[in-house]
Write a new protein. Structure first.
Length: 836
């Protein structure tokens, strides 16, 4: 018996076929499995009766939690553990239970403590096991891997405890230490949960769902409850009110239904092939491993035909909305780029010529750089689409930002192009950090051309020194007079502005020409009677309530970091800040301001908008609240954070903690003490994370708190001794402290000596791609410290030594040039110029 109506059945089947179904197993799921003695696994009442007998108490059909509470004082912990091992280890899984694992699931949570799952020999997915009482949350690894979470503990690991009765529930609720339960609630909202053999009377899950759903009118999406139990009309109505579809049936009934709907099981490869044409192509040529399937899921094939087909779907009101959103700052997409909504600018034509030459030459990397809001990303997508349009049969491989390994992706693509050249678009170059240099060189030249972009300052100060030797750069310039007519045409067609419409053609041209800003701001100012900043300020201040503003700030921080934020993380952060409005309600209020980018993450229109709000408009404590609650979502992961979350989430974590970002914002708003909350809130949770202490120390040093900064940096190195950035920062700070000291005593000498030894060691070992220069720090701080304390002879000797070291370096930039000039002046004239 498994009766489900057509609509609900289709929804359930689609979730399973798409790999978006989450299993939550209660006691009933193990009902037909056998224990080591060949008997049915004792559940509920049967286990309660056994426990009552052990304690010498009469059993009158009481519930298991009540019995456990009563027998605890009478039965030793050892006796309980022995019983649990006897009843719940070496379980022989029933046939229907084994069959469940021939299908692929997003995640599996179980309230059972038995090892039935562990004893299943064959399954569609690789499994990873977590004890919900002790293990930190693990990032979703994709459909190839099934995370199995024992929420209430495991009989095979009694030393970690169990959750059975009210006391354990209450302890977990009161301590707020139930990270996997919180993740289960997040998965409930993000995917389609299927409860099997559960009564849904789980206090911790209920508490987390209530946190996510502030009132009965708020929905977390449809869930399914599969149970043989019969319910009254009132009970059914209660489930229906929670959007839970009750399907009467056993686990065996469910697997029978699955077998009829999806014969032969459902593998990760089957799901991946349906989602992704790249995986389908890959599987037609090779037999991919699980790791290769996982990598393939982050690769998309973009063709002119597909993009144009999607662009043609933009008709009528849908086209108007998409065009207006794009012209007001929403990130460009392949669909938009293939349409005639964006103007083909003069600079776009120049970009196309440079791009074509670079691809035809088989360059390793072609990088476009320019200012934020200049239109470079749109132009790059337009140019790529025109190139593949004019070269029939070619496509562009696009890597999603959260791709786990750039090198693995490039190697997989190259396997499909052994005899020809491939084009790979990777979006923002900054996302890949040092890996961009290493991985771009991993394949022979001419196999792949990487197409990427960067901000002007990122290219000049960071990326160029890593990849400049084998990259063809192109600077994307501002729009010119020739571009005015088509830009004005788009504004008239898509952006409602009575004042702009009433102008004469010459007045419109003059209005656009007078803006000295980048394209995005110029377009906004052209259609408004006010300056860009005033328009944005009014838009934020007219948001209906503080809840909506809180969600904007959460998404806004992620927008400035250029990573976006997953809806699940945004929801979790927001639910700790909101007072009344549900997450979905706040999202509705932000329609047109917050949207989903190409990777499915939330972004707030454009970085330029958000930066103005944060720097000048929003209440500063509200900004810090948004930062703190976003960071709090990371406390469920193992440390160090950046090694245990995906690439984009790791970048978001690092950005929010970045001392320059927080410090400059705090200085601008005169809120240095308030901004400290970002760090003070996590001194315990992140105490073993070296990056946290590094940023904390540098923030303190930024505002002259040198002694506390020293302690923070020492903790950073204790947590992560291999972090050369922390080692350099500590040495730099030691010299700063030495300079501020009044006497040249043993402490000052030790500070200088330790710092110099560290920095000279770093200089000797430093590679050419690093973003910092120990030799510059030595030239500045060490010489300054010696001069401050009257050690002129030592200062001159050090200056001469550092000058020789700088002269022997084969690379240079502004920092090195300034240090060289300053040292030369001191050596020649004997006067020490004040540092920059």
């Amino acid at each position: 018996m498994f009766e489900i109506n057509e609509h609900d059945g289709n929804l359930l089947l689609k979730a399973i076929n798409d790999g978006n179904a989450v299993l939550l197993l209660g006691a009933g799921a193990s009902a037909t499995s056998l224990n080591a003695q060949g008997q049915k696994v004792k559940l509920g009442k049967a286990l309660a009766g056994e426990l009552a007998g052990m304690a010498g108490l009469p059993y009158a059909d009481e519930d298991l939690p009540d019995v456990i509470q009563a027998v605890r004082p009478r039965v030793s912990e050892l006796q309980l553990h022995q019983l649990f091992r006897k009843e719940f280890t070496r379980i022989v899984p029933a046939a229907e239970f084994r069959e469940l694992f021939q299908y692929s699931w997003r995640r599996l949570y179980t309230w059972n403590i038995d090892d039935a799952i562990e004893n299943i020999q064959s399954s569609a997915q690789s499994r990873r096991y977590y004890n919900g009482l002790i293990d930190r949350v693990a990032v979703d690894e994709g459909i190839e891997y099934l995370h199995v979470i024992h929420l209430h503990g495991e009989a095979s690991k009694p030393e970690h405890g169990f959750i059975f009765g009210p006391s354990e529930y209450n302890r977990r609720l009161n301590s707020d230490k139930h990270d996997w339960y919180r993740q289960a609630a997040s998965d409930y909202a993000a995917y389609v949960p299927i409860f099997i053999g559960s009564t849904l009377k789980e206090p911790i899950l209920s508490a987390e769902l209530d946190r996510a759903r502030p009132n009965t009118d708020s929905s977390l999406g449809t869930a399914f409850l599969i149970t043989p139990d019969e319910f009254t009309a009132l009970q059914k109505a209660a489930y229906q009110a929670r959007n839970i579809v009750v399907v009467q049936g056993t686990l065996a009934d469910f697997t029978d239904w699955l077998r009829g709907a999806i014969s032969g099981g459902l593998s990760p490869l089957q799901i991946s092939k349906k989602r992704n044409t790249f995986t389908e192509t890959l599987a037609s040529r090779i037999t991919p491993t699980r790791a290769e399937i996982s990598t393939a899921n982050f690769i998309r094939v973009q063709t002119w035909q597909d993009a144009k087909s999607k662009a043609e779907e933009l008709q009528g009101l849908k086209r108007q909305r998409a065009a207006r959103a794009f012209l007001e700052g929403e990130p460009p997409s392949w669909q938009i780029a293939a349409s005639d909504i964006p103007v083909w600018l003069t600079a776009t034509g120049e970009l196309y010529a440079a791009l074509s030459s670079s691809i035809d030459a088989g360059d390793r990397i072609f990088l476009v750089y320019g200012q934020s809001g200049s239109g470079k990303t749109t132009a790059l997508l337009q140019a790529l689409l025109r190139y593949v349009q004019e070269h029939d049969g070619r496509g562009v491989y696009e890597l999603k930002g959260e791709v786990r390994s750039l090198r693995a992706s490039l190697e997989l693509i190259s396997r499909l192009h052994k005899d020809d050249h491939a084009i790979v678009y990777i979006g923002d170059a900054f996302i890949y950090g040092d890996a961009l240099s290493e991985d771009a060189l991993a394949l022979p030249r001419g196999r792949i051309t990487l197409i990427t972009s960067a901000r002007s300052h990122e290219w000049r100060h960071h990326i160029e020194r890593r990849v400049g030797d084998f990259t063809t750069p192109f600077e994307f310039q501002r729009f010119v007079k020739k571009d005015h007519p088509p830009l004005i045409e788009r504004l008239l067609e898509y952006v409602p502005s009575p004042s702009f419409l009433k102008m004469s053609p010459n007045e419109r041209t003059q209005k656009l020409a007078t803006s000295q800003e980048q394209l995005l701001i110029a377009l906004k100012e052209a259609t408004s009677s006010e300056k860009f900043t005033k328009v944005i300020t009014d838009e934020y201040e007219h948001l209906p309530d503080n809840d909506t503003k809180a969600l904007f700030l959460i998404v806004g921080l992620a927008t400035i970091s250029r990573t976006g934020i997953s809806a699940g993380v945004a929801r979790e952060s927001y639910n700790r800040l909101r007072t009344e409005l549900s997450f979905d309600g706040a999202m509705r209020q932000l329609e047109g301001i917050v949207s989903t980018n190409s990777t499915g993450r939330l972004v707030a229109r454009h970085e330029l908008y958000v930066r103005h709000i944060l720097e000048n408009v929003a209440d500063f404590p509200a900004i810090i609240d948004a930062a703190v609650e976003t960071l709090r979502t990371y406390t469920k992961y193992a440390l160090p954070i950046v090694k245990n979350v995906d690439r984009l989430d790791g970048l978001l974590f690092k950005f929010i903690l970045n001392h320059n970002f927080i410090g400059e914002l705090a200085r601008r708003r005169n809120e240095v003490e308030e901004a400290l909350r970002v760090f003070q809130s996590f001194e315990i949770d992140f105490q073993l994370d070296g990056h946290f202490w590094l940023q904390y120390g540098q923030y303190l040093a930024m505002f002259g708190e040198l002694e506390p900064a020293l302690r923070a940096l020492e903790k950073s190195i204790a947590a992560y001794p291999e972090n050369i950035f922390a080692v350099h920062a500590l040495a730099d700070l030691q010299l700063r402290v030495a300079i501020t000291r009044d006497t040249f005593d043993a402490t000052t000498v030790a500070l200088i000596g330790d710092a110099v030894e560290t920095l000279e060691g770093l200089h000797a070992a430093q590679g050419i791609e690093a973003d910092f220069y120990p030799i510059v720090t030595l030239a500045d701080r060490h010489v300054s410290a010696l001069i401050k304390h009257g050690q002129q002879k030592s200062a001159l000797s050090a200056a001469q030594r550092y000058f020789r070291l700088i002269e022997s370096m084969r690379r240079t930039d502004l920092q090195i040039d300034r240090a060289r000039e300053r040292l030369a002046h001191y050596i020649t004239h004997g006067t020490w110029e004040k540092g920059q």
